[in-house]
Design a protein around this ligand. Structure first.
Ligand code: GLV
Ligand code: MN
Ligand code: MN
Length: 420
């Protein structure tokens, strides 16, 4: 068989997605099966153990680095050649699905297993990676493991990040689950290329009836945590004109960033995803509110504009209400453009395999945006049913999963060097 005719085993890939989906499974009211594998929790450890076991079963050389990134490598014929890397993450948000991240990692394993099954040798090694803490739901920033991997954050700083929920220290959690590996991070030498298969996590491909999204880049991300301190008071006795109410300010910030995004239009989005009232009681004007604001735009200048409008608006609100606002940046990444040659390769490969394609930026953050700092990088998207993600109802049809994995297989073959 010519390597052009090689295809992945979609059923085998689906079975692995199902098996990993059973680790840290959470069930929805209508029987939806989602995942809660927040980074470095016991569930994340169990997922890691399962995937590392599969890597070892496939005979990969498994390396775990100091921030817990895991890379399994199938050797190439040229011992001096850098690996073609595929990967993503297996941590999830607390209400995550079975595909976000998992597809890129298990799609990578399927690529390697397909090569092995058909005895295909590549010049470059092929590596399958999963990176620590991509989601940023527990430890910020998001894409933390891949950021450290490419030298964008000092290892010591990463290990010292504390969890948003229980305050646990990342380095301690890594050791606790047995994934503080011996290999230095950042990586000593960059991969030859990096490809990530991922679900779109939005509605565009499904709406347009397109199978493969050719990802041109990732939009910029700005995460801020605001702590608003006011005056706790009795809800029945304190006249409205005398209140210094951080709950009111938090609500106004939420509606304000919504209006900001609507007015800016284009790709601008804005979300208040976390909001905690203290003391959180029915009859007490809150003393303090902590909330997060997530702003994103594909254009760096427009993202900066959104940030400054948001800051000025918040300052004015704080002054008007007499509250103190303290800000902490949780993540800030500029928009990233992927490698034009690799983007063209994804598009040409998908079309050669008979799939409809559409070029699109990614709305979500991905490990690929970090790998793009050190090697030619591109991504493959497949449709998300109803555009849902970060939701336990997240779903992608098996045929689309297989289509995406075949595109991944063939961009790897084209890049890793295989005899015609
Ligand atoms: C991370 O995956 C994000 O886009 O929020
Ligand atoms: Mn993801
Ligand atoms: Mn995600």
């Amino acid at each position: 068989m010519s390597w052009h005719e090689l295809r992945v085993d979609g059923a085998r890939l689906w079975a692995r997605l199902e098996a990993l989906g059973e680790v840290g499974e959470v069930l929805g009211p209508n029987g939806e099966r989602g995942n809660a594998r927040l980074a470095l929790t016991d569930a994340d450890r169990d997922g890691r153990d399962l995937v590392v076991g599969w890597m070892r079963d496939l005979g990969l050389d498994v390396v775990i680095d100091a921030v817990g990134n895991v890379v399994g490598t199938r050797a190439g014929t040229d011992p001096t050649a850098a690996p073609v890397m595929v990967g993503s993450h297996i941590d999830t948000v607390r209400t995550g699905g079975r595909f976000d991240g998992n597809l890129g990692v298990l799609g990578g394993l399927e690529v390697v297993e397909t090569l092995a099954q058909h005895g295909v040798a590549t010049t470059h090694p092929v590596s399958v990676a999963f990176f620590t803490g991509e989601e940023g739901a527990r430890f910020q920033p998001d894409m933390l493991g891949s950021l450290v991997y490419v030298g964008g954050m000092a290892l010591e700083d990463a290990l010292d990040v504390h969890a948003a929920d229980d305050g646990a220290r990342l380095g301690d959690e890594l050791a606790r689950i047995g994934f503080a590996g011996p290999t230095p991070c950042p990586v000593a030498s960059a991969p030859h290329a990096y490809f990530e298969l991922h679900i779109e996590q939005g509605p565009v491909l499904e709406d347009e009836g397109v199978t493969i999204g050719v990802v041109t880049g990732v939009q910029g991300i700005s995460w801020t945590e605001l702590s608003i301190t006011g005056q706790s008071a009795h809800a029945g006795t304190t006249p409205m004109r005398l209140r210094r109410d951080p709950g009111y300010v938090a609500a106004a910030i939420n509606t304000g960033v919504r209006a900001l995004a609507t007015e800016m239009a284009g790709s601008q989005v804005a979300t208040v995803g976390r909001c905690e009232f203290t003391p959180n009681l029915v009859n007490v004007v809150p003393a303090k509110v902590t909330l997060t604001v997530d702003l994103r735009n594909t254009d760096e200048a427009l993202l900066q504009q959104a940030e400054s409008v948001f800051t000025a608006y918040t300052d004015a609100l704080a002054q008007e209400e007499g509250v103190l606002v303290e800000r902490r940046t949780l993540a800030r990444f500029e928009p990233v453009e992927f490698h034009p040659g690799m983007v063209d390769l994804v598009e040409a490969t998908a079309r050669r395999l008979g799939h409809s394609t559409r070029r699109m930026p990614s709305g979500a953050g991905h490990d690929a945006q970090m790998l793009a700092r050190v090697c030619p990088t591109a991504m493959v998207f497949v449709p998300s049913v109803n555009g849902l993600s970060h939701n336990i109802a997240e779903h992608t049809e098996p045929a689309d999963v297989t289509a995406g994995a075949n595109v991944l297989l063939h961009v790897v073959l084209a890049t890793a060097g295989v005899r015609a």
